[in-house]
Structures are given as C-alpha cells and as structure tokens.
Design a protein around this ligand. Structure first.
Ligand code: PLP
Length: 363
C-alpha cells in the first residue's frame, strides 16, 4: 500500500510520478538477453527518438544524469584537447568539475548565477581557442535559467566542424523546447526524475554519429560509459550490462502518454505553468531570480524579497500535503524554487499557489 503521508513533490527533482507509472515498474522481470527485452529496447528506441527529435540512437543507461556527464566528457574530449564549459549555476559548475576530474582540460565562460549565456559569448570564446566540445546546460535548475541552446549550437556549428555540441537537458527535456537534429546538437543528455516524470535511476542521451567518430579517437573512454561498447550492444537491441528493466517499463508507458499529449502541447503546458507562476509572483510583491527573457518553463526561482523563513514556508506547505524546495546552494533562502514540470497540471499549481498565499498571510 502506498504511504498515506506522501506529500506531492513540488521540488525540482525527483518530481511527482503518476501512480500508473509507478505501477508499471511492478511488471514481471525478464532476462536482458531475452527476445522480450530486445522488443522492449527497440520499442523504447522508437519512442525516445521521437521525444528527442533525432534520427540517431538514444543511449539508455542505468545511472543518473551525472553518469552521462562523465560519459560525455570522457568520450568526446581527446587527449591534449580542451572543452569549453558554459558555467552559470550549480549544475553547469559541477559538469565542468566532472570534466576536470576526468583529466580533461577545461576553459570556462562564467556568468553570474541567474544570468544566461548568449551566442555572442560563445562566439568570442571560439575566436580565442579551439575546442573539442562546448558543454552547455539547457535549463539551469539551480537558478531557473533556460539558455538559448538553438542559437548557441548554431554559433558552434558555424565556427568549425570539429567542435561537438554537448547539452545537459536534465531539467529541460520534455518541458522546454529541444530539437536535437534540427538544432545541430551532437549529444543531449537527460535523466528520468525531472520533466520526464519518471522515478530516478535511468538516464538517456541522444547521441550523434559525430560523437561515436570522436569516441573512436579517444583512448581512455573508461568502461561503464564507453559509448562504442554501448553502441555495439544497442545495434542488437541490447545493453553491455544489466539495464534498469523496471524503469524501462515505466519509461515505455510514460512515453506513450508524452507522445499522445504531443511535444508542442507539452512545451505549451509548461510555458503556461511558468506564466501562472510569474503572474502570482509579481502580484504578491515577490521577485524572479532569473534574467528576463531566459526564464525557465520547468522551474521558477522565486526571489524571496519579503525575507520570510523558507523553512517556515516549507513546513506550512507540508501541512497542505506539498513538499517544497528551499533554494539551492549559495542562493538557498534568498530564493526558493517552484518546480512546474513533468505531469503537473494548472489545477495543481493553482492549489499550490493558493497554499502559498495562505502562508504569506502569516508573515
Ligand atoms: C538534476 C540535474 C543534474 C543531475 O542529474 P542527476 O540525475 O541527479 O545525476 C544535472 N543537471 C541538471 C541541470 C539538473 O537539473
């Protein structure tokens, strides 16, 4: 039986997962070398390619998104070459660290938390040095900023053919517009527990042929995230090691719902949720932390201009059955985030915002 004390998750991951999707995980196990598994794998590939808008393969990993950061850095950056990391929040900082910890040389284009990266900044950096990859976070979950990925990718592709465009769309994918092939993205990674609306533990990445060609030139790709090994198995609708089968059942069902909603409708629903959140924030005299014009459709970082205790807010909302975020890292308390992603509907958001109204009357 489910926990009757469960609070609906308004935190930016893991997000609330629909009961049918949780139940899909309880299907009988199958062996991963069986025909039934190959069918599941092939079925998922078809749906994932539609979701990423790519004709390339989609890597499916038993890991969180962090694992695919490491995989991307190791497979795409050659010895003696460098990566350019666009840094402007907790997650983009951490990905740059991951590249360095894997022995890669990294240059950073750093903006203040809450600011976006522009294509001009990237063009300028590409004038000064050559890079094996540009690594950019689509939706910086810590600050609520969405970067202009389409324009950034265009600048990189115009510059030269050797630089791969690697995108972390962990909290953007399936909430914010992302067109992998059309925008010239080589690698777009995500994990399950954000706008995808799945439990944590499985990660996905659209992976171009260019990435595999690069990987073939990298000596030490590591073992678990060796994209060439993953490709070899993938061609046989299989995986090198045991995959998270229960989560793949859940993904299979969730992708049906996502594709029947339609990507355009899904992106529009997220924009509507964002706009509702902004309207509420403005009308209550609170601020928005992210730069105007780059505010995320999946998560809003509310600037706590009233200086109330976010702990009190979270406690109050807990009493209403909602689990709230209290802000991330160095902006914790000065901001708090309202996640409006995955399967959240406007009616639920309305209830959350009216709960917050009741809290504001107490401060
Ligand atoms: C959550 C998040 C990550 C980390 O993903 P995990 O699945 O927790 O490893 C990376 N990047 C962004 C933008 C995120 O929001």
């Amino acid at each position: 039986m489910r926990n009757p004390k469960h609070k609906y998750l308004v935190i930016p991951g893991p997000v609330e997962v629909r009961p049918e999707i949780l139940d899909a995980q309880a299907e009988w196990m199958i062996g991963h070398r069986s025909t039934a598994f190959a069918d599941l794998y092939a079925r998922l590939q078809g749906k994932l390619k539609q979701a990423f808008l790519t004709d390339s393969r989609v890597i499916v990993m038993g890991s969180s998104g962090t694992g695919l950061w490491e995989g991307a850095s190791r497979n795409c950056i050659r010895d003696g070459k460098k990566a350019l990391h666009l840094v402007g929040g907790a997650f983009s900082e951490r990905w740059a660290d991951v590249s360095e910890m894997n022995g890669k040389e990294v240059d950073r284009v750093t903006v203040e938390w809450g600011q976006a990266h522009t294509p001009e900044m990237v063009a300028e950096a590409l004038q000064k040095a050559s890079y094996d990859a540009v690594c950019v976070v689509h939706n910086e979950t810590s600050t609520g900023v969405t970067n202009p990925i389409k324009d950034i990718a265009a600048v990189v592709r115009q510059n030269n053919d050797d630089t791969l465009v690697l995108v972390d769309s962990v909290s953007g994918f399936l909430g914010a517009e992302l067109r992998v092939d059309e925008w010239g993205i080589d690698f777009a990674l995500t994990s399950s527990q954000k706008a995808f609306g799945l439990p944590p533990g499985i990660a996905f990445a659209a992976c171009s042929d260019r990435v595999l060609e690069r990987a073939a030139q990298v000596k030490n790709r590591g073992y678990y995230f060796d994209f060439l090994e993953i490709e070899k198995s993938g061609l046989k609708n299989n995986t090198p090691s045991t995959p998270p089968i229960a989560l793949m059942y859940a993904a299979d069902m969730q992708l049906d719902a996502i594709l029947s909603e339609g990507l355009d409708n899904r992106w529009a629903r997220h924009t509507q949720l964002r706009d509702m959140t902004h309207t509420w924030t403005h009308s209550r005299g609170l601020g928005l932390f992210a730069q105007e014009g780059y505010r995320s459709p999946t998560v809003t970082a509310v600037a706590n201009t009233k200086n109330f205790s976010v702990d009190d807010m979270a406690k109050f909302m807990g009493g209403k059955g909602y689990s709230m975020d209290k802000g991330y890292g160095k902006i914790k308390g000065k901001t708090f985030r309202i996640a409006h992603m995955a399967d959240m509907q406007p009616s639920i958001l309305e209830d959350i915002l009216s709960g917050l109204d009741e809290f504001l009357e107490t401060v």
